[in-house]
Ligand binder design. Structure first.
Ligand code: SF4
Length: 305
């Protein structure tokens, strides 16, 4: 794929929603009980997933194995193939039908980031935090709603977001045939929990993620001085006589930079940055501000040593 090729853009009829989210049980319940009339289409799309019994388990609505295999098979479809489009995507208006109750991947994935790679690292850490809470709370609900021994065994065997095949009776125990009611109870149960209680339920795996997210946020808002920098790896394509488009940390988040600037980047060779900036001023007559240098580093065009 050539840099800047139009295939890097999402199609309007899919946007980036070529993804089937695994919805934890309590979020399924929250969607089912959402009172806003504008959420009717989103709710109907969740009801269809439940009624089809494809990936509907006490843990939540998971990816059916066939979808999971296709998703893992390559990413060329991403943002482009309508056959992989999320069932909760509303074609009319191109919106998410379950936006208020979307899960952790959908809540934290962006194609562009404030502060580039640093921003992406923060959102990935927040994703880890939310995903740990989702996993812990979904299992908590399975326990509290007394799904029975077979269903508990299945819940433990469920691998990540993928459904493990089992009969409806085995999967659902006493809730077989009353799946919507089960999800609603999970939604109401989790809605009543305080954050302190959630941390106690989810334990150390969540505590670790909370600390990592805090530290990533600290990095994101920090303006501390950077150490030595080296020119990073990137794709580049001329835009016009004066500017080029550069992709470094992500194929979706390029920077447009003056070509004169690209020509001096080789000066960043790991020497102290102050020394490099002085050399660029002396040899090339360019005065690079620290804000610009920080931006090049944030976007991965320069790499921190
Ligand atoms: S749940 Fe919403 S945000 Fe997530 S993929 Fe589906 S339509 Fe997109």
């Amino acid at each position: 794929m050539a840099p800047g090729d139009s295939s890097r853009f999402f199609r309007p009829e899919t946007k980036c929603c070529t993804f089937l989210p695994a919805l934890p049980n309590f979020l399924v319940g929250a969607v089912l009980d959402e009172p806003d009339p504008a959420s009717a289409s989103g709710r109907a799309s969740v009801e269809q997933r439940i009624d089809a019994l494809l990936g509907a388990t006490p843990v939540g609505l998971l990816q059916p194995p066939a979808y999971a295999r296709r998703y893992a098979g390559g990413k060329e479809f991403f943002g482009r193939d309508p056959s992989m489009r999320c069932p909760h995507f509303l074609a009319e208006g191109g919106r998410c039908g379950i936006w208020r109750h979307r899960e952790s991947t959908c809540a934290t994935w962006f194609c562009k980031h404030v502060r580039g790679a640093l921003g992406r690292t923060f959102w990935a850490a927040l994703h880890g935090l939310l995903a740990a809470a989702e996993t812990g709370l979904a299992r908590f609900c399975v326990m509290e709603e007394d799904v029975g021994r077979e269903a508990l065994l299945h819940a433990v065997a469920t691998q990540g977001e993928r459904a493990v095949p089992a009969t409806r009776r085995v999967l659902w125990g006493r809730w077989a045939g009353r799946e919507r009611e089960y999800y609603r109870r999970c939604g109401a149960r989790v809605a009543s929990l305080s954050w302190d209680r959630i941390e106690r339920i989810c334990g150390v795996p969540l505590s670790i993620r909370v600390r990592l997210a805090r530290e990533a946020y600290g990095d994101l808002v920090s303006r501390r001085e950077f150490g030595p920098l080296k020119v990073g790896a990137f794709d580049v394509r001329p835009l016009d006589r004066d500017r080029s488009r550069v992709w470094a940390y992500s194929p979706f988040d390029p920077l447009d930079v003056p070509r004169s600037l690209l020509g001096v980047l080789r000066e960043f060779d790991g020497r102290p940055t102050r020394e490099v900036l002085a050399a660029i001023r002396r040899r090339h007559g360019l005065a690079l501000g620290r804000g610009l240098v920080r931006k090049l580093a944030d976007f991965g065009i320069l790499e921190r040593g």
